[in-house]
Ligand binder design. Structure first.
Ligand code: AMP
Ligand code: MG
Length: 402
């Protein structure tokens, strides 16, 4: 029999043991930075923009010159020059003058605002009528308004997204300090397993966990290495785990985690290193374990793919983020549940759900049904002390990353 630990305590225990592990620093270019985690704060060392820049097509003016003008009493200004895209304006605006500026062009020295072209009229002979007053700073971005030297643009620990890459490009940061992606070994175990490309004979089953966990690791920023599947053989598992723990930052196994005769995993980890936990009060996923071998976290997930994925998501993924110095995050929503869900297993229950029209639809499933997770959006956790959920109860959904 397993002595089970509540899931939240198991997560806490993993954090205590592995939470301070970090990979080393690495540098990538802008094309490879997506989803990498910043190893240090990114500070600006420039003024962006480096010149006062117009955000509209129109005329650069001194706002005092157009103060109080209107449709009936326009301000009359003389064109001092034209600011061209990509070029320094090179002249100074004197009182009573204006300058032609395109969107993105430099606002010449002396001007402090831009009047949009639709509020002006070219009177010919170098004269322009302005029909609308503008406040200082209108329709322009000041030098350094985006960033100034010393501003922290992106903090260490941030997972870089496409918009962040835009900010890095704006600052000219092209050699980006990130944490090395954790190398993660993925190993399935079971005499019944065949590759996904093969056709199962009675008694056989395709190895679902290897590709599932490979991609789950990828989504969490890791560098997965599929070591394939091995037979339920203690010596074979021992050798594979011993080698994997030398070459990787983390090892994820699945299958063979129960207390049956053939379930070798707990023994293997105890013999090679230290077993830290075996058995979690959660359904599915009770026969989950973890320990360390040479200081490397080794997780043994239950073979049932639904259990393996849910325990990966709740227990392993946060450690993968930790290894990269990133704050673990989940996309969560609180929404009403569409129907009642009985649950009194004395264990916390994780239920896959679909989110439709602002409601959470639990997906009924029997343990062992592999397609349960197909076409779902995330999961809810029903605490062990609850008898279940009633229709309309508010629940917190964790959405799978997309
Ligand atoms: P185990 O944890 O080894 O007792 O396996 C529990 C259930 O999950 C059994 O029905 C196994 O056939 C199944 N299973 C184990 N490993 C995998 C795998 N890699 N892919 C799909 N199903 C698996
Ligand atoms: Mg097995």
């Amino acid at each position: 029999m397993l002595t089970v630990t509540p899931l939240s305590e198991a997560i806490q225990l993993a954090r205590e043991h592995f939470g301070s592990l970090r990979t080393s620093r690495d540098f990538v270019d802008l094309a490879s930075a997506l989803q990498r985690v910043l190893a240090e704060d990114i500070c600006s060392d420039e003024f962006v923009p480096v010149f006062n820049r117009s955000t509209a097509d129109g005329f650069a003016v001194r706002s005092a010159d157009v103060f109080g003008c209107s449709d009936s009493i326009p301000a009359l200004l003389n064109i001092a020059g034209e600011s061209k895209m990509g070029e320094h304006a090179g002249f100074v605006l004197r009182p009573g003058q204006c300058a032609i500026v395109p969107t993105g062009g430099e606002v010449p020295e002396g001007a402090d605002a831009v009047v949009m072209v639709e509020y002006t009229e070219d009177l010919g002979g170098g004269q322009v009528a302005v029909y609308k007053p503008v406040a200082p700073g209108a329709d322009m971005i000041m030098r350094g308004e985006d960033t100034k030297p010393g501003d922290v643009i992106l903090p260490a620990g941030r997972r870089i997204n496409a918009a962040d890459i835009g900010a890095l490009a704006a600052l000219g940061v092209t050699n980006i300090p990130v944490m090395r992606r954790p190398r993660v070994a993925i190993i399935s175990t079971g005499d019944e397993l065949i590759t996904p490309a093969e056709k199962p004979a009675p008694g056989q089953i395709r190895d679902v966990n290897s590709p599932l966990l490979y991609n789950a690791v990828l989504e969490a920023g890791g560098e997965p290495h599929e070591l394939g599947f091995i037979r339920d053989d203690e010596d074979a598992i021992t050798e594979t785990v011993r080698k994997a723990a030398v070459e990787h930052d983390m090892v994820i196994l699945s299958g063979s985690t129960s207390v049956g005769e053939k379930d070798a995993m707990p023994r293997v980890i105890s013999n090679l290193g230290r077993l830290l936990l075996h058995g979690i009060a959660v359904k599915p996923g009770k026969p989950t374990l973890f320990g360390e071998v040479n200081g490397v976290p080794v997780f043994g997930l239950a073979g049932n793919p639904v259990a393996a994925y849910f325990l990966f998501y709740n227990l392993v993924r946060p450690i993968l983020f930790n290894l990269q110095g990133a704050v673990p995050f989940d996309h969560q929503l609180t929404l009403p549940v569409s129907r009642s869900v009985p649950s009194n297993h004395g264990r916390e229950e994780i239920v896959p759900v679909v989110v439709r029209d602002g409601r959470v639809q639990p997906v009924a499933s029997k343990s062992g049904l592999i397609t349960t997770l197909a076409d779902t959006d995330g999961f809810i956790r029903i605490p062990r002390e609850l008898e279940g959920l009633r229709e309309g109860d508010l629940v917190q959904v964790t959405l799978f990353s997309r």
